[in-house]
Ligand binder design. Sequence first.
Ligand code: HEC
Length: 245
Amino acid sequence: MSPFDHRMLLKDMPKAFVWVGLLVLSLLLVPPALILRARAVPSEHRRIHIIQNMDNQPKFVDQQENILFADHRSMRPPVPGTVSRSQMVGDTHLFLGTVDSEFATSFPEQVTINEALLKRGRIAFGIYCLPCHGVKGEGNGIVHERAMVLLNTGANGTTWVQPKNLHEEAIAEQPVGQIFWSITNGVRNMAGYGSQVRVQDRWAIVAWVKALQFSQNAPSDMVPGADALPVRTRVAPGEEEEGAS
Ligand code: HEC
């Protein structure tokens, strides 16, 4: 006989021990039963929310009384002299890019067009626009490339609108104020950058966009050393390029 005979073990155990064991076992079934019931049966009570993670906090809502303040208003009036950014429209040319409710066709007087402005515009464009519109503004930035990969591999729920090619005729002909407006407020699927980019930098970006557009269409007499560059005539698709090697 093996030294561990389970029947002997049960026999030798005091009876009370067995009953207590059975009782404990059946009590152990109660919590899972309660949890299963809570998951299955609709209840009028709030669900039990043990880990709060700041999900519920006391707060004041609009128009509510708040005795903390002498006038008992929970909505506080702005501090006297406060100027809200979105209401700073006294100078519509500078802040909105409009003159007499039309898009401005010139830069505001506060913006001086010089090399420093273009440099600034190039940097800001590189930070805020290039990822989508690409280094030359052709609408083929790295974000676009990545979005196309996701679209083509059918990653769940990806939708994408290609960033515009800023050299499209319709955009190249836009007045500077309209480009400023698009940067500030966004346009259709593009978000606005008014809250991230300062007014001066937004105008600098406009200047850089104009410079990019000009760079793709500059007449040769305005390009220093143009004579020394190889001439490349425009060739229709399918046609042989003249002098192509
Ligand atoms: C997250 C990607 C993204 C970024 C960043 C972005 N754009 Fe765009 N942009 C778009 C898309 C997409 C469109 C086309 C929107 C549409 O047609 O619905 C667009 C359209 C435009 C247009 C055309 C507006 C028109 O009238 O059709 C201009 C101009 C433009 N963007 C300039 C900029 C400039 C300048 C910046 C940097 C401040 C910038 N964008 C940053 C995605 C972007």
